[in-house]
Design a protein. Structure first.
Length: 352
């Protein structure tokens, strides 16, 4: 069996938004929306990105597509680093990477017909004649389950699920290889969410698509994703195959997230231990020293407030950034040499 090919490689991605203050409007700080994030996405797979609101997952998705310019790091898509591409070169790369937005009503132009919305990428990136474009528009409407007779209607005439199908058809217009799905079901009724997710899976099989699926619905991510990355305050704290992550979460934050997922079986729901985190999420403009999660972690240690944990592979393909798993097998102590030095300093301070 040949090894899987990496389509997307993100290394040490940072996206900081400047904070200005004072009479001269000088920069006085930064909001660390995405802070040193690294991951890969293989051809044909779906990488789920989960986390609570404000953790930076949507910003990360937009940065990967260069809708925001990264502060630092590299973003390699299909062998080409797009982080530093000039605008004209980046524009030629756009057809291979597209996005499905969260709110289908806000992302569709109310003054354009469905045919105009789906055909706009074709107008921008091809020199096809009107007949060929219309044929392609009809093909895309068929692919996403929209009636061709609705091609000349406006977005307000459609339901939320139908509008999202229009957005998906627009994203597919130029035969992309990579699509970022930014919470594509969050604004939809529960009864429609499963239909849209099933459609995305069918299109993935049909066109060989690769997804970055951003969501806060952990049940839906378990259904669609192959691997899952958990974000907290701009960082990835755990990344693992979906079965490993849901059955054997390694990070305390992941455990807390999964404990909040409701169980369909009432008796299982009653038996489940709910982990309730105390306190609020710190500001990304002023994250805590050491581990970002140390202010809310139920298993916090002294070292967590001193040193940021390294991301380590605890099982094949299962990565976690937590001092609980940074154990030196020979000594049984937490962390490496630097962490051991800090522990000694902490101990000396307590003795004093």
């Amino acid at each position: 069996m040949s090894p899987r090919r990496k389509l997307v490689e993100v290394r040490n991605l940072k996206l900081y938004f400047p904070i200005y203050g004072g009479l001269l409007r000088r920069q006085v700080g930064s909001v660390k929306a995405v802070d040193d994030v690294s991951f890969d996405i293989y051809e044909g797979e779906t990488l789920g990105i989960v986390g609570e609101s404000g953790c930076g997952k949507s910003t990360c998705g937009r940065a990967v597509l260069r809708l925001y310019d990264a502060t630092a790091g590299s973003i390699t898509i299909d062998g080409e680093n797009i982080a530093d591409l000039p605008p004209e070169t980046l524009r030629k790369k756009r057809p291979s990477m597209q996005m499905v937005f969260q709110d289908p009503q806000a992302s569709l132009n109310p003054r354009m017909t469905v045919a105009g919305i789906i055909g706009e990428p074709l107008d921008e990136h091809t020199d096809w004649d009107r007949k060929k474009k219309l044929e392609r528009i009809y093909e895309l409407m068929d692919a996403v389950g929209l009636n061709r007779d609705f091609a000349h209607r406006y977005p307000h005439a459609f339901s939320g699920g139908q509008r999202q199908r229009i957005g998906i058809a627009r994203a597919l217009a130029l035969n992309p290889r990579f699509i970022v799905c930014d919470e594509p079901i969050a604004a939809l009724d529960v009864s429609i969410q499963a239909q849209v997710v099933n459609l995305l899976e069918e299109l993935q099989d049909q066109f060989g698509l690769t997804y970055m699926f951003i969501s806060h619905d952990l049940s839906m991510v378990r259904h669609i994703a192959d691997r899952v990355a958990v974000m907290y305050l701009g960082k990835i704290v755990e990344l693992a195959p979906v079965v490993d992550l849901y059955d054997h979460p390694a990070h305390p934050y992941t455990e807390a997230l999964l404990s909040a997922v409701p169980e369909p079986d009432p008796s299982a729901e009653r038996r489940k231990d709910r982990i309730v985190l105390t306190g609020d999420v710190p500001s990304p403009a002023n994250p805590p020293q050491g581990c970002n999660f140390c202010t809310r972690c139920p298993r916090v240690m002294d070292i967590c407030r001193q040193i940021e944990p390294e991301t380590r592979e605890i099982l094949p393909g299962h990565f976690v950034a937590c001092h609980l798993h940074n154990q030196d097998k020979t000594t049984g102590r937490t962390g490496g040499a630097q962490a051991e030095h800090t522990q000694n300093q902490i101990q000396q301070g307590e003795d004093a």
